[in-house]
Structure formats: structure tokens, C-alpha cells
Design a protein around this ligand. Structure first.
Ligand code: CU
Length: 140
């Protein structure tokens, strides 16, 4: 769907332009949870166009009461999720959140989400800045 591919948000960190990172978010989507499943996962690409590292330390979502940074790893052939305290995106780098890897774990839903829904989240940086991101819910 071209509309989904075009779902690109340019986000400029607020504040002084010189030292603050300029973060660009693209391809932000949430995987629709199967019926009865309380958890979903959010994915995105986060590019740091600034000159200093940006450190993601958390997120809040209008759709869920609890959001954690997770990574999925294969351990002894079994996929396991672990919580991460933070993810550092160096200057000029892109952090990719994708199925089977890093993701935003969405827990304690405030209501059901279905494909096509749009969800606003705020990424929280260690600097204290927040980055608003619009996610779209897609089918699994
Ligand atoms: Cu997870």
C-alpha cells in the first residue's frame, strides 16, 4: 500500500538547533494483536541526522498504559524478549525496530486496536526531549 509507505514523519527536536539531535522517524507501525492477546509491538526506523548521539530511554502511547523497549533474541533456538534500558542512536545512524528484533512492547491496552488505526506515541530521550510519532496499525 503506497499510502503506508508514504507514512513518513519528519521530526525535529525542539529547542536550540545547534546541539540538539535532529531525529527522523519513518515506517512507524504497530502489529495488530491477535484476538485476546493483550500485548502488541511497535516498530519504526529512527534516524539521527544530528551531530550528537540520541539515547532513547522509553515511550508513552495514547493506546497503552505501559510501553517498554524490548529486543527479541534467539537463545538455544528459542526466541526470547528482553527489556532494554535504552537504545543509543549515534550521529548519522539509524536504529531499526523490526519484527524479530528491537520493538516497543505495548502493554496494558486502553482499548482494542485494529488495522488502519492511528496511534500517537511520544518517544522519550535521555536529554529530556520527547519525539512525537504517529504509528499505523497493520495486520500481522
Ligand atoms: Cu517485547
Amino acid at each position: 500500500m503506497n499510502r503506508l509507505l508514504m507514512f513518513l514523519t519528519l521530526v525535529f527536536a525542539a529547542g536550540c538547533a545547534d546541539s540538539d539531535p535532529v531525529l527522523e522517524v519513518s515506517d512507524a507501525w504497530i502489529r495488530e494483536a491477535p484476538p485476546g492477546m493483550p500485548m502488541s509491538a511497535g516498530f519504526l526506523k529512527l534516524t539521527n541526522n544530528g551531530t550528537e548521539a540520541a539515547v532513547l530511554v522509553g515511550a508513552t502511547s495514547e493506546s497503552h498504559d505501559l510501553v517498554e523497549i524490548h529486543v527479541t533474541r534467539l537463545e538455544d533456538g528459542v526466541a526470547r524478549m528482553r527489556q532494554l534500558d535504552s537504545i543509543t542512536v549515534g550521529a548519522g545512524e539509524t536504529a531499526v525496530f523490526e519484527p524479530g528484533g528491537r520493538h516497543l512492547m505495548l502493554m496494558k491496552p486502553r482499548g482494542p486496536l485494529k488495522a488502519g488505526d492511528e496511534v500517537r506515541m511520544q518517544l522519550q530521550l535521555r536529554s529530556g526531549e520527547t519525539v512525537p510519532v504517529e504509528f499505523i496499525v497493520r495486520k500481522r
